[in-house]
Design a binder for this molecule. Structure first.
Ligand code: ARG
Length: 262
């Protein structure tokens, strides 16, 4: 009797052990969201990023039809470090943050300015670039700076910080899904001035330098960060660790060096 009781106890202990181990495994696998490393089957997890590829030199379609630029090289390097497969989704800029919030995207990588309004709904990595908002006007425009904007038609990209600024200044706004279309509006006399980020502005302007120029006045100074779902603290840590490493070892400078001058 004593003997069979001990056997029963052993069986109960055994079953409990198996149960606990399987629970533990399950919770490790369902931690949701993060991500570094390959799955036990050896298949790499996907790192899905959202971008809006009309914003050179950060993201744009190259001649071969692939999405290229600073954000793409940056995210490729990060995905490699995290042993993940990079998946790039192209979309309108004003959809990116919403898709990070609803979990469709892991990361928003699109020259996204870190600001308070966005920080209420997503987390941002440490900043990786500092840019500013500038004005693009026809070469013979009477607009010389911010003080001349009142009563003028301003073209901007929908959902971009240039649009928020134009709203703040209570200007007459026309919005476009693409920053390049905001420039076209100035070229076609449908707007008096376009407000957008300085680096893309330079790329658009050099293509049309006989007709448009960038005013020297800077309207804002902004920092770009990678947007992540607020529930994905581990991925945010991973991104910051990679950014830190890439800043220290010169990888980040090399990416900027490659794209800033061509
Ligand atoms: N920096 C600006 C913002 O965050 C514009 C970014 C536009 N990016 C793009 N890929 N079109 O609002």
């Amino acid at each position: 009797m004593k003997h069979s009781f001990s056997i029963l106890l052993l069986v109960i202990l055994g079953v409990t052990c198996v149960f606990l181990t399987s629970c533990k495994k399950k919770s490790a696998g369902s931690e949701g969201g993060s991500a570094s490393g390959a799955t036990p089957s050896g298949i790499q997890k996907k790192l899905v990023i959202g971008t809006c590829a009309e914003f050179p030199p950060f993201e744009f379609f190259g001649a071969d039809g692939s999405v290229q630029g600073i954000d793409i090289d940056l995210m490729s390097a990060i995905a490699k470090k995290l042993n993940m497969e990079l998946v790039i989704e192209n979309m309108d800029f004003n959809q990116i943050i919403g898709k990070v919030v609803d979990g469709t995207l892991d990361v928003g990588a699109a020259g996204i300015t870190v600001n308070e309004e966005r920080m209420k709904i997503v987390d941002f990595s440490t900043g990786y670039y500092s840019g500013c908002q500038v004005m693009i006007v026809p070469n013979h425009s009477e607009i010389k700076g911010k003080d001349d904007l009142r009563g003028k038609v301003v073209s901007v990209q929908s959902g971009a910080t240039g649009e928020s600024l134009a709203k703040e200044l209570q200007l007459d706004i026309v919005s476009f899904p693409r920053a390049s279309d905001a420039v076209l509006a100035v070229l076609h006399n449908n707007a008096d001035v376009a407000i957008m980020d300085d680096e893309p502005a330079k790329r658009f302007q050099t293509k049309n330098s006989i007709r448009i120029k960038i005013l020297p006045e800077k309207l804002t100074v902004e920092v770009y960060g990678l947007a992540v779902n607020k529930k994905n603290a581990r991925l945010l840590d991973d991104l910051n660790r990679c950014l830190d490493e890439m800043t220290k070892n010169g990888e980040l400078d090399a990416i900027f060096g490659k794209w800033m001058h061509n």
